[in-house]
Write a protein that binds this ligand. Structure first.
Ligand SMILES: Nc1nc2c(ncn2[C@@H]2O[C@H](COP(=O)(O)OP(=O)(O)OP(=O)(O)O)[C@@H](O)[C@H]2O)c(=O)[nH]1
Length: 389
């Protein structure tokens, strides 16, 4: 799906200087960045669409898609990573598989971080009160990669930032899957040090009260575990003992991203989370920001003339210039402006002789589409069955 055109401003995005990020100004009030995370298939994209709809009137959300591998998104994104980095080309040129391709595409996008942040800042000035960020299907690609870290920290030092962890209640009915989800959530909470909201998704298919019970009643969870006979039970039992404190700091909210049930409650929780950021987290990020500023000032730009004569100093880190256009690389699409460029249609592709990587990628996408369709049919059948009983 083609993205919405970036909203124009008097100043071209090309003219942005690092100083214009205005780290020295401190954390702004808007937009509030909401990073949507969750395991593959938990419903992040559907949740993002529903959240946009529910927040539209009040918060006019600015929308970002950071999943380079998704086929299409069911919402209009103001910034779409697919318009900046050509994921297929990344896989081809670096001979990577799908996951390696996603990580590398995300790393490349992160080199545009100053522009990304600047676009969000300007969106805030134009009246977008929220910025909703959808992330890649494979959660670890975002949460445990350098780029995921840079994006999260970069945003949190500039804007109030909140994590929404989408959890599939249907799959979490299995106590061990529930525990895996909780361990993921716990690690992200402690890693990011940001307000954390768990959206218990798909409550149109299954009531989420059992999750809330397992979180508050240790005995109830142990009882549920009795029915499981796998070896992993022992580990799960031990882990559940240690997660008590974590549960205490966790806010949960049942939602259905397809029917919209629970979203008004979720908006209230999000507003509470913004207050929580202001109260508890902002001082921490403020301190980090000041440290970074001090480090930047200390890092003297003037090099020893002796060292200079022995080589050429290259700028490291966040670079504002794009990859040269004459290198023959089309990994970066239209990086400078982040302008949308439609993907090649499949029909044209079939005429092109594909190399092995392309074929693998095509197979991967086909499998993914088929799996999603099968899942969709199954969920529909389950919903119909539930409605009949
Ligand atoms: N019944 C029901 N189905 C849902 C709900 N939310 C998502 N789904 C379905 O769950 C499947 C996965 O949803 P997605 O939004 O693609 O999930 P995702 O986490 O973005 O998926 P990946 O990015 O591929 O990992 C789709 O078939 C959705 O229609 C919900 O609240 N209720």
């Amino acid at each position: 799906m083609a993205s919405a055109a970036p909203e124009g401003g008097a100043q071209s995005i090309d003219n942005i200087k690092l100083e214009s990020l205005s780290l020295s100004e401190g954390i702004r009030d808007a937009p509030v960045c909401i990073i949507v995370l969750g395991m593959a298939g938990s419903g992040k994209t559907t949740f993002t669409r529903s959240l946009i709809e529910h927040a539209q009137t009040q918060f006019n959300p600015y929308v970002v898609n950071l999943d380079p591998a998704c086929r299409e998104v069911p919402y209009a994104a103001h910034i779409d990573i697919r318009d900046t980095v050509n994921y297929k080309e990344v896989m081809k040129q670096y001979q990577l598989g799908p996951n390696g391709g996603i990580v590398t595409a995300l790393n490349m996008f992160t080199t545009k971080m100053p522009k990304f942040v600047e676009l969000i800042r300007r969106a805030g000035e134009r009246g977008h009160k929220w910025c909703i960020i959808d992330t890649p299907g494979q959660i670890e690609v975002f949460t445990w990669s350098a780029s995921g870290n840079i994006i999260t920290e970069g945003l949190a030092t500039m804007f109030p930032t909140i994590i929404v962890y989408v959890m599939d209640v249907v799959r979490s009915a299995c106590p061990t899957t529930f525990m895996s989800n909780m361990l993921y959530a716990c690690s992200i909470l402690y890693k990011t040090r940001l307000p954390f909201l768990v959206a218990l998704n798909k409550i149109d298919l299954k009531d989420c009260s059992f999750v809330q019970e397992w979180m508050t009643d240790f005995e109830a969870y142990q009882e549920a575990l009795e029915s499981e006979t796998s070896f992993v039970n022992n580990l799960t039992r031990t882990m559940s003992l240690t997660l008590d404190t974590f549960y205490e700091n966790l806010t949960t909210c049942g939602v259905s991203s397809t029917t919209g049930v629970g979203f008004s409650q979720l908006l209230k929780h999000l507003l509470d989370s913004v207050n929580e950021y202001e109260r508890d987290y902002k001082p921490v990020y403020e301190k980090m920001r000041l440290q970074r500023l001090a480090q930047e000032q200390e890092a003297a730009p003037a090099l020893d003339p002796k060292i200079q004569s022995e080589g050429v100093a290259l700028p490291l880190g966040l670079d504002l210039s794009d990859a040269p256009h004459n290198t023959g690389s089309n990994v970066f699409l239209v990086g400078a402006d982040m302008k949308p460029e439609p993907m090649e249609p499949d029909e044209q592709e079939s005429d092109v002789k594909r190399d092995t990587e392309d074929q693998n990628f095509h197979r991967f996408v086909q499998n993914h589409v088929t799996a999603t369709q099968t899942k969709h049919v199954k969920l529909q059948q389950e919903a119909e069955k539930a409605a009949q009983t």
